[in-house]
Design a protein around this ligand. Structure first.
Ligand code: GLN
Length: 482
């Protein structure tokens, strides 16, 4: 069974009608995954546990996720199952408790198939920096899959599972989704609890998921959005999301950023023009909006300041003292120093260094506080955008997934060289104000035949609106871009 061809609802119906069994699904998918384990997309393959659960499974027709296999990102805690966050320092860490999202999935009787690879601690966007090895683009081995939720994107793209869990601090769900032509959804900030999720930067971190079909996003939102008193940033964004299936689309006001339009190549300009024509034919509005170039240009630096400072602060417990891998040394200070030196990759170390620099007393006002002010200015501009529009359309990237040779050894701070640099980090807009944001499959590049996605965002707390727009766009894109 390849889950690319079946939505969660369809699998559920087949189970209800007894046309397939949970035991068979799990056995089959385990065989498929075994052949692909060398691709490093799983840090832990929970095949034994999954088999055990499937063998005695009592299918529950009232639970849409009952018996549905999934993959969880390895920075999400799973009780008694290794949880490494892609980092050597946690390569022996077995949490004594479940993250809230893992617990909800367990309660819903979904079956965990494995823990997926990520760029260490979520820091990165390539899939090249998980301690267990490189995760490559399944369509072209010379290219990245994107990250940091690399393994989760891989599993859904290959059709091994109908959905997987990811996290998104800058674009870690939505960028890889674009590179492999699947759906990636980062809901409104706080909709899914972060309790038990190993943080990168808490003011930007979101939990979300990948799927192969728009309708699956709706079922997952319906089950996973729950207020959680254990996470102080959790919000109650629960609703009957199934109502989205009955929503009639009224006139939607779509906005596209002028600064982005100015740098699109011909292929994307044509694709977007075609999309806009189709939207207008359906009586929707499409207008260009100038965001202000200097604000967009400030995003990468501001994101780095805020996320690196929060990152080094939240990761200060990773020191080999209480848990994780420990290097031997003569005294306490040296032990911490050696453990951290031995265990973290270069990206993480650089980010920690820059983060610490800003957290120095004399730099806090000068650098960190200033970044927060810039964040506020950008958020004000987003709010202004939504006074005139319902949906913001963003290209997740200007091109297909880059070649590994092009990006290896580079990181976000090296993107200052040209005036188009902001485009790489455009999706971060949605982490700054917490608005919901979904990447959908869009076009196939003419030369490489690789996918390039499209991203849409709406106002915070309007996830239902964004989901109904996604359903609509899925149909329209399939029809118009055959
Ligand atoms: N690619 C971005 C970074 O390098 C985003 C990472 C993320 O969302 N976790 O930080």
């Amino acid at each position: 069974m390849n889950f690319k061809n079946y939505s969660i609802r369809e699998i559920h119906n087949l189970l209800v009608e007894n046309k397939i069994s949970v035991k068979n699904i799990i056995e089959e998918v385990i065989q498929q995954v075994e052949k692909d384990l060398k691709e490093n997309f799983l840090i832990t393959f929970t095949s034994e546990q999954a088999k055990k659960v499937a063998n005695n499974f009592k299918f529950n027709k009232d639970k849409i996720l009952s018996g549905i296999p999934y993959v969880n990102k390895d920075n999400v805690s799973t009780k008694d199952i290794l949880t490494t966050a892609g980092s050597k320092i946690l390569s022996n860490y077995i949490p004594p408790y479940d993250a809230t999202v893992s617990k909800i999935l367990n309660d819903n009787e979904a079956i965990l198939l494995g823990k997926s690879a990520l760029d260490e601690l979520g820091m990165g966007g390539t899939g090249l920096f998980s301690f267990n090895g490189i995760v490559k683009n399944p369509f072209d081995n010379n290219r990245i899959i994107g990250g940091s939720s690399s393994g989760s994107a891989f599993a859904v793209c290959k059709g091994y599972v109908p959905f997987s869990i990811g996290t998104d601090t800058g674009d870690s769900i939505r960028k890889p989704a674009s590179y492999v032509g699947i759906y990636g959804y980062k809901p409104t900030y706080g909709s899914i609890s972060r309790y038990g999720v190993i943080p990168y930067a808490p003011s930007l971190d979101h939990v979300g998921f990948f799927t192969n079909h728009a309708e699956d996003l709706i079922y997952l939102a319906n089950e996973l959005f729950k207020y959680d008193p254990k996470d102080s940033t959790s919000i109650d964004n629960s609703k009957n999301y199934l109502d989205v299936f009955n929503t009639k689309n009224k006139k939607i006001r779509f906005g596209f950023l002028q600064e982005v339009w100015d740098i699109l190549d011909d292929q994307l300009k044509n694709a977007y023009s075609k999309l806009f024509e189709n939207l207008k034919k359906d009586n929707h509005e499409v207008e260009i909006f100038s965001f202000k170039k200097e604000l967009l240009d400030a995003i990468p630096a501001m994101y780095m300041m805020i996320s690196f400072a929060e990152g080094v602060s939240t990761s200060s417990n990773l020191d080999g003292i209480n848990f994780g891998v420990r290097s031997e040394a003569e005294n306490y200070q040296q032990l911490i120093k050696k453990t951290r030196t031995d265990s973290f990759n270069e990206t993480v170390k650089r980010r920690f260094l820059l983060g610490s620099y800003q957290l120095k007393k004399e730099n806090q006002e000068l650098l960190l506080a200033k970044s927060k002010k810039v964040r506020r200015l950008v958020v004000d501009r987003i709010n202004y955008f939504f006074k005139q529009f319902d949906i913001m359309i963003l290209p997740p990237s200007l091109d297909v997934a880059p070649l590994i040779s092009k990006v290896y050894g580079t990181d976000i701070e090296e993107r200052y060289d040209d005036s188009k640099a902001f485009i790489h980090d455009l999706l971060i807009l949605a982490n700054l104000n917490g608005m919901p944001s979904i990447t959908l499959p869009f076009i196939k590049d003419e030369t490489t035949k690789l996918p390039i996605g499209i991203n849409i965002c709406s106002k915070p707390f309007t996830d239902d609106y964004l989901l109904s727009t996604t359903l609509y766009l899925e149909k329209l894109i399939k029809k118009a871009f055959k």
